[in-house]
Design a protein around this ligand. Sequence first.
Ligand code: SF4
Length: 220
Amino acid sequence: MDSEKDRDKQEHLAELRSRLVKAKSVSSEELAARIKEIGFQCLRCGECCAGDDNSVVVFPFEIRRINNVTGDSWLDVAEPPSVGEWDRLGNFHTLEWRIKKCEKSCKFYVYAPSECRIYEAKPLLCSTYPFYLEDGDLRCSECRGLGREIDPLEAEKIAALLLERSIVEIQEAISLLENYVDFQRGCPGEGACIVHDSEGEHRIDWDEIPALKRDLKFIG
Ligand code: SF4
């Protein structure tokens, strides 16, 4: 790696490590109080599990947890995103995994009655929706359940999960960057799909991910 890229990588790692220290110092009690103030009750409308906007980032340990519950294979649970870059050998490189979708909804969402098929193993992102932390500050995504009275115990549970999620997200980003091996950019080709995550590189043949192959519209 050239020295400029190496310097950028070290700077990014240092920034992530300082964000990790900050994330670990957030008070769970204060967070729970803030969630209680905002209020939230899940209406089980399923709007966060369906539609074009549904895109759930899922980490390797979460994929394995879902594998254990459903018995599905890795690629039956998660898929690579379609945003990435090509290398000189015609391989497509992308970052992290998304829960697989079926038509427009998450593949684990059941419409009637509206429920999550992997409730006990669902990813941290789903367990904490519509809340998220940005640099330690509480933020909310759009959700019809916001503003409703919440049980204090439920607020505490969400606060604890939010803290766990923010720490895990930074730790995963650190591991991804530490394991990331850069490549020379090239053009679309018939190589493979390479997913970079916190565990390193996963190389997937196109035959195993025909939907992404179709989306990228590059071979046949
Ligand atoms: S994993 Fe469950 S909660 Fe998360 S988007 Fe899918 S159905 Fe919804």
